[in-house]
Design a protein around this ligand. Structure first.
Ligand code: IPM
Ligand code: MN
Length: 352
């Protein structure tokens, strides 16, 4: 097939890991006879510096014209330390989500056996844990009415029935392909928005009698994820809870540098690592490119190109098994591989 990508490397380690993600994408396309074309676009702090807008109109157009967006990361400490900054790199990410209508964010929490020892949790709790979090991405407090005064401030956690319905259907569709178990995470004992979620979920659940549904308060879910991560199969939740729980989830696996994500909705889908821009590592060739590379696997799988996705996953697993690893997950005394070397090894594996 013909595949046209919008490529948004962003800030920090973004450009370095993107280079590897793209190289892997190209290698897979060559191998399977797909025609890959792509166009770069700016976003984040890089775009603020260049044109004063973290998600410029031209970048939006480039995204709209593509079959998929491959995104790396945005963020720069010079904005974090300045509470008065009028524009922030993160606003570019939020603008992209809103304008592309990316309401469904899929974040897998997958463990790799050979990295279980890196997890802060006990081996037997982690080994075999495998769930996905479906995070609602265009509603809730992130986008609700806000007031930012000097003496009073608020954010509104607003959800409408259609917004809740559509994300629940996404969760159930994933569950049907997996272990048929959905956990709806909310705070219905306190929040009105959560009571709407729960009411809608109880209706939607009836349409999927083959799926087991349970309801869990978010505080309890945060605890359960640590006590018994294997309990979960598909977790579905609102924007803010999903933000927090997926960081917790990424920790379970032992390295944040390994988890990809997909955001889908009304327009072009976006594939990106769940980690941030790690500005301290910029240019040092130490960032783990695997989350970006696995995002490419998710991209192929989205287009139902399962073999392509599988080959990337196989290559990633082989690199880990053979200790071709970036420093944060390298075993003691193991050879040193940088971002480029890991990427190149995976490209070579795919070409074989
Ligand atoms: C994420 C990030 C973003 C979020 C930030 C960078 C705006 O933490 O994708 O989880 O809060 O959604
Ligand atoms: Mn987050």
């Amino acid at each position: 097939m013909k595949l046209h990508l919008a490529v948004l490397p962003g800030d920090g380690i973004g450009p370095e890991i993107m280079e590897q993600g793209l190289a892997v994408c190209q290698a897979v396309c060559d191998k399977f006879g797909h025609e890959l074309t792509y166009k770069y676009a700016i976003c984040g702090a890089d775009a603020i510096d260049k044109v004063g807008d973290p998600f410029p109109e031209e970048t939006f157009q480039t995204c709209m014209e593509a079959d998929a967006v491959l995104f790396a990361s945005v963020g720069d400490p010079k904005f974090d330390n300045n509470p008065n900054a009028k524009v922030r790199p993160e606003q570019g990410l939020l603008a992209m989500r809103k304008r592309l209508g990316l309401y469904a964010n899929v974040r897998p929490v997958e463990t790799f056996d050979c990295l279980v020892h890196k997890s802060p949790l006990k081996d037997e709790l982690v080994r075999g844990a495998d769930f996905i979090c479906i995070r609602e991405l265009t509603g809730g407090m992130y986008f609700g009415e806000k007031l930012e005064g000097t003496d009073v401030a608020f954010d509104t956690n607003k959800y409408t029935r259609p917004e809740v319905e559509r994300i629940l259907h996404v969760a159930y569709q994933y569950a049907l392909q997996r272990k048929k178990h959905v956990t709806v995470v909310d705070k219905a004992n306190v929040l009105a928005s959560s009571r709407l979620w729960r009411a809608v979920a109880q209706e939607v659940a009836k349409e999927y009698p083959e799926v087991t549904t349970d309801y869990m308060y978010v505080d309890n879910a945060a605890m359960r994820m640590i006590q018994e991560p294997k309990f979960f199969d598909v977790m579905v939740t609102e924007n803010t809870f999903g933000d927090i729980l997926t960081d917790e989830g990424s920790c379970i696996t032992g390295s944040m540098g390994l988890l990809p994500s997909a955001s889908t909705g009304e327009h072009t889908p976006v594939f990106e690592p769940i980690h941030g821009s790690w500005p301290q590592a910029k240019g040092l060739n130490i960032a783990n490119p695997l989350a970006q590379i696995l995002s490419v696997a998710m991209l192929f799988e989205y287009f139902n190109l399962k073999e392509e996705g599988k080959l990337i996953r196989e290559a990633v697993n082989a690199s880990l098994d053979q200790n071709v690893r970036t420093p944060e997950i390298q075993v003691e005394g193991g050879a040193k591989y940088g971002t480029k070397e890991v990427g190149q090894w995976i490209v070579d594996y795919i070409k074989k």
